[in-house]
Design a protein around this ligand. Structure first.
Ligand SMILES: [Zn+2]
Length: 745
């Protein structure tokens, strides 16, 4: 948390004031405790009372709230009353946001390699899951080795431990010496795919990269928080390359970043990568897909400009210049600028300091192609970048063309006989490539036949953006996907197509009821020779099943565990199915919930289920009371659970009825920011609006925006981002939505 250390002890909570911390904790004798520093000594105490965490915790309200939220999970079973004191070694100089300790009942698994000892602490009881500890630790060791070699800086802190926490609000958090991870991101189900394993590897690599980027060299102020996140994601992509040789990492880079970046950059709530931050209390609101997903795309452009050696040398100089200190983005650009012919500061101005992306249109006169870029926010910015195109001739002939977009218009001569052009064939350009109907129709038909995986992925992303941009009708898009999906043999593309199918189905819920789609996914789920494809198709099918026949099959699957096993469904899948089934079969809801509750054996997951399940109650008054309870900060301290409950309350099965939650849910957003963690405003808004489809819902969001003219802009951008699809569905124009300047030239 950028600014919450001060709720625990008196301090100046800002990243450029680093300090060495010495900590001792008094706690129940049965507990374990982990902190940034290694344990120096443990003393048995005779007294049977006292504060949990030394003198600092006896402070204000927020401190007690934080302590309660933390201890809720950690405490677990009763203690004997005996107590002990653990004293930790002094830390290296660190900012307050990285200070951390964890106490509770934990199991410990330790591995030693090359003279380094790393421990993993967890509360998992499922042997299939705990068996994954050596693989997890192996990924940590690998990431550390890679970063030491790349940066030339040995791991800069005294020790490295990790703690896996049930219901943790982030995937991970880079407290040095005591890195925290969510149980759901670390321990995978039996039916985990290579993709799932790689996502875990990427997360571990991300948090480990932070030890150098963020922890060792820290941003001066939180307006540059993105610099640590971009490094973490950019290097994580390099680190997992060797661990997963079977994956196409070029595809992976595009998939992990571009769709997420477009997801926010296409909205009226888009922000610049680097934003002004007058007050640190808003620091949490800076975190977004723009930071996590767009900035790696932009960093890759920088990497390409410099080449790998100059880039690495620049990074090494940057680390050496600011070790255990602070740096700004401009410090980095200065180091790289003298290694590059181009004016990086000017380049950075458009890509880093301005929001949004270009809309790129193509028009054709005989063999001349005009490519025009326009600024959706009307500022007449030009995003200079190279563009690769694929020109389709007769039969299967294609030509690759390259040009530079360096102004509002670029012209290109096409080879004779060109029938159609795919923009951004190498996936390295960034923008909304708006297609005319002839091109989109051609691409939808030719998708399967495109031989290059990257071109196919890029076409898929562009088609989906055009679906959301309104140039392709949802039914047409789904039909094209149903024809394409079974032919797609590349696992990563297959997964991306499934994501888009589910997205299209979820968004255009009322128009896309499709026995053909159910049938196509079912066919793959049942008969595909590849196990991972069967798993993914089954999960997708469970997500889109809507015909009475499919819902009945869904019930049989959930009901008969042997059948579920055969269909490769794991505990998480069955838990999610139980929510869907309770919503679909109101008369059987109580029995379904009771049965699923009894299947879950891990005590932390039992608590999670008991917390979430009332949100699928057939009784509107029970659901209303669940919603009201979420308006009390004390009831939403485990944020991922609160978000799941909130999104289930808004399930499409309730139609426009759940639109009534929007107003009070949005009214709560400022309180969510004050009392919740950094991702909570975004996730709360996503859970509140993500499943809404009704016109009443769009009207409610519109009215909220209209009634709050002076609303804090950073928080308002979260609403505009999450309302984007709902607004597109109902052609709403929120007050400061962008209007295309396409015709205003
Ligand atoms: Zn991070």
């Amino acid at each position: 948390m950028p600014d919450r250390a001060r709720t625990l002890f008196p301090c100046f909570d800002q990243p450029d004031l680093k300090a060495r911390f010495t900590l001792s904790l008094e706690l129940p004798a049965e507990w374990k405790a982990i902190a940034n520093g290694a344990t120096a000594r443990t003393d048995t105490l005779n007294t049977a009372s006292g504060p949990t965490a030394g003198t600092e915790t006896s402070g204000s309200g927020p401190a007690r709230t934080a302590a309660r939220a933390g201890s809720q999970m950690a405490a677990g079973a009763e203690t004997t009353g005996a107590r002990k004191r653990i004293s930790f070694h002094e830390t290296e100089p660190i900012p307050t946001y990285l200070f951390s300790f964890v106490g509770g009942r934990f199991e410990r698994v330790t591995e030693n390699r090359n003279g380094r000892s790393i421990s993993l602490y967890h509360r998992e009881t499922d042997l299939q899951k705990t068996a994954q500890c050596p693989e997890i630790l192996g990924q940590v060791f690998h990431a550390l080795d890679w970063l030491e070699t790349y940066t030339g800086v040995p791991y800069p802190f005294a020790k490295y431990d990790l703690i896996v926490i049930p219901g943790f609000q982030y995937g991970g958090m880079e407290h040095m010496g005591a890195t925290l991870y969510a149980d759901r991101s670390m321990f995978l189900e039996n039916n985990a795919t290579t993709e799932n394993r790689m996502a875990r590897g990427s997360l571990i690599a991300h948090e480990t990269a932070h030890m150098w980027f963020g922890d060792y060299v820290t941003m001066q102020w939180f307006d540059d928080v993105w610099t640590k996140e971009v490094f973490a994601n950019f290097f994580a992509a390099m680190i997992v390359r060797e661990q997963f040789p079977q994956i196409d990492h070029r595809l992976n880079f595009i998939r992990s970043n571009v769709p997420g970046a477009y997801g926010e950059d296409r909205t009226a709530g888009s922000t610049a990568i680097r934003q002004q931050l007058p007050n640190l209390s808003d620091a949490g609101l800076l975190y977004s897909q723009i930071i996590y997903s767009k900035s790696p795309v932009v960093m890759e452009m920088l990497f390409t400009k410099l080449g790998p050696e100059k880039f690495r040398d620049g990074i090494r100089e940057y680390l050496a210049d600011h070790r255990y200190g602070n740096a700004t983005w401009d410090d980095l650009i200065a180091v790289l600028d003298c290694r590059c012919d181009e004016d990086l500061a000017a380049w950075s101005q458009v890509w880093v300091d301005e929001k949004g992306m270009p809309t790129i249109d193509m028009t054709r006169h005989e063999n001349r192609l005009r490519i025009m870029q326009s600024d959706p926010f009307g500022r007449r910015l030009a995003w200079n970048q190279p563009l690769q195109l694929l020109a389709f001739g007769d039969g299967n002939a294609t030509d690759t063309l390259q040009c530079l977009l360096d102004g509002p218009e670029t012209e290109l001569v096409l080879p004779a006989g060109t029938r159609c052009v795919l923009p951004n064939a190498d996936g390295r350009s960034y923008g909304y490539f708006r297609l005319d109907s002839v091109t989109s129709e051609y691409l939808m038909k030719r998708l399967t036949g495109l031989p290059d995986d990257v071109a196919r992925l890029s076409a898929l992303i562009t088609l989906n953006e055009n679906l959301l941009g309104g140039t392709i009708a949802p039914q047409r898009f789904l039909r094209a996907m149903i024809a394409y999906l079974p032919q797609e043999r590349n696992q990563q593309l297959f997964t991306q197509a499934l994501t888009y199918i589910r997205g299209c189905f979820g968004l255009y819920y009322d128009e896309t009821a499709s026995p053909e789609l159910e049938g196509a996914l079912w066919e793959i789920a049942q008969n595909d020779p590849d196990r991972q494809r069967r798993i993914m198709a089954t999960q997708a099918w469970c997500g889109i099943a809507r015909s009475p026949q499919a819902i009945n099959t869904l019930y049989e699957l959930w009901d008969d565990e042997r059948l579920a096993n055969r269909m490769l469904l794991g505990e998480n899948d069955l838990t999610n199915l139980s929510y869907t089934l309770a919503l679909r079969f109101p008369d059987r809801a109580a029995a379904i919930i009771a049965r699923q509750g009894a299947r879950i054996t891990n005590p932390d997951r039992q608590k999670q289920y008991a917390y979430i399940a009332p949100a699928v109650s057939p009784s509107a008054s029970v659901r209303d009371s669940v919603f009201r309870s979420l308006l009390d900060p004390a009831n939403r301290s485990i944020e991922p659970w609160a978000c799941t409950a909130l999104s289930l309350l808004n399930h499409p099965v309730h139609g426009a009825r759940s639109a009534a939650y929007i107003r009070p849910g949005l009214e709560e957003l400022q309180e969510i920011q004050r009392t919740g963690d950094i991702f909570f405003p975004r996730k709360w808004t996503a859970a509140l609006l993500g499943s809404q489809h009704s016109e009443a819902a769009a009207t409610a969001v519109d009215a909220f925006i209209a009634d709050h003219p002076g609303y804090p802009p950073l928080l308002g951008s979260k609403i505009l981002q999450q309302a984007d699809l709902l607004f597109r569905l109902w052609n709403r124009n929120a007050q400061n939505r962008p209007t295309s300047d396409h015709t205003s030239e």
